[in-house]
Design a protein around this ligand. Structure first.
Ligand code: KG4
Ligand code: ZN
Length: 352
């Protein structure tokens, strides 16, 4: 069973072929991130235009890499939400057209659920991937930490899950991106905060942790607290503009703020994950989304959770086609309903 997965929910045009839900046969990605850097974030119109330009070459590249023709492909899986409307449209219209033209079943994939399925990839003939040794077992606690989503989900089986908690405002990756902007660090903020934090003292700047219900989180208060502390560090009051902060802060102050913010943001997630682990005793804990690459998160989780956590390859933590194809394989294997290629609509606000 070979599924072609297409992911275009944000600025990455990503395509992959996955066999039987575990073997990665082809994987390619074109990103328009360089075009967005000067704006400090993704510009939706630019992202959509880039998808149009590259999607067909990327699909052809993946088919060649997977040594597959359309006759070898058993189905097409595509992200239909959540994401930027213009970006999603390009992936979905392409997948619909290909499904009709090549008469393949079509599977609509929820982007966030897709992220979790990176953890089911265990082998590949492709060079440069460090995949997990085995697939996770159910019940599985999934910690989903990306630029658009932060949630904890308990999977009893494929497609059978409960969302335990989610962010009530910003996603954790978004908080990294916004704090990076405040400190004048380049986009995307996650890697640049992590790098700057290496030289800082994570306990030097006092920051609050939001108190939320049960398994929910919040990051907007933390972001505001970072702003207030940064203003205080340069001797200014709350009306000093955030856009001028980075010129006044020293490198040491930036490193201390980055390290303290990173510690508290990560603790916010890890505290809840530990609480869920203790309550539900899952057989496996998986982590998904761009922030899974964060080393401080991995360090804190190793301390808090008494199960070894097998991390996916960092290249597959951010948006990719492989996670979409992998989930598509399980949907196909479990005979789940297919999407109508004449009518599958995008759902920009789709939740899990
Ligand atoms: O999953 P993803 O590629 O996109 C969404 O679906 O949202 O996640 C991107 C997010 C960005 O906010 C980026 O700053 C963050 O992941 N990120 C990191 C790291 N690498 C990427 N955050 C913290 N530490 C990192 N090393
Ligand atoms: Zn994502």
């Amino acid at each position: 069973m070979k599924i072609l997965g297409i992911e275009t929910s944000c600025d990455e045009t990503a395509v992959a072929v996955v066999e039987d839900g575990h073997r990665l046969l082809g994987n390619a990605l074109a990103t328009s991130i360089d075009l967005h850097v000067k704006y400090g974030g993704v510009v939706p119109e630019i992202a959509a235009r880039s998808h149009i330009e590259v999607i067909l070459p990327v699909i052809n590249q993946v088919l060649t890499e997977a040594k597959s023709g359309w006759d070898d492909i058993d189905g097409i899986a595509v992200t239909y939400g959540a994401g930027l409307a213009g970006s999603l449209l390009i992936g979905v219209m392409t997948a619909r057209t290909l499904a009709i033209a090549h008469q393949k079943p079509l599977y609509g994939i929820n982007h966030v659920e897709g992220h979790v399925y990176t953890n089911f990839l265990t082998d590949t003939p492709l060079p440069g991937f460090k995949l997990r040794a085995s697939q996770p077992e159910f019940p599985m606690l999934a910690i989903i930490v990306s630029g658009g989503h932060s949630q904890l989900a308990l999977f009893r089986d494929h497609s059978d899950y409960t969302i335990l908690g989610r962010t009530q405002d910003d996603a954790i990756g978004e908080a990294f991106d916004k704090v990076a902007k405040m400190l004048g660090l380049p986009y995307p903020g996650g890697p640049s905060i992590a790098k700057t934090a290496e030289n800082g003292d994570p306990t030097s700047v006092k920051l609050p942790k939001a108190r939320m219900n049960k398994y929910d989180f919040s990051f907007s208060g933390l972001k505001t607290a970072v702003l207030r502390q940064a203003q205080a560090l340069i001797g200014k009051s709350y009306d000093f503009p955030s856009t001028k902060l980075s010129e006044r802060l020293s490198d040491v102050q930036k490193a201390d703020i980055a390290a303290s913010f990173q510690r508290v943001a990560v603790e916010t997630i890890v505290d809840k994950a530990k609480q869920a682990f203790d309550e539900f005793s899952p057989k496996s804990v998986v982590i998904a989304g761009g922030v899974a690459a964060n080393q401080e998160l991995r360090r804190q989780l190793a301390e808090a959770i008494p199960l070894p956590i097998d991390y996916p390859d960092p290249k597959l933590c951010t948006d990719n086609g492989a996670m979409i194809a992998a989930l598509g394989c399980f949907k196909a294997q479990l005979n789940q309903p297919t999407a109508d290629p004449y009518s599958l609509e995008i759902q920009p606000n789709l939740s899990m």
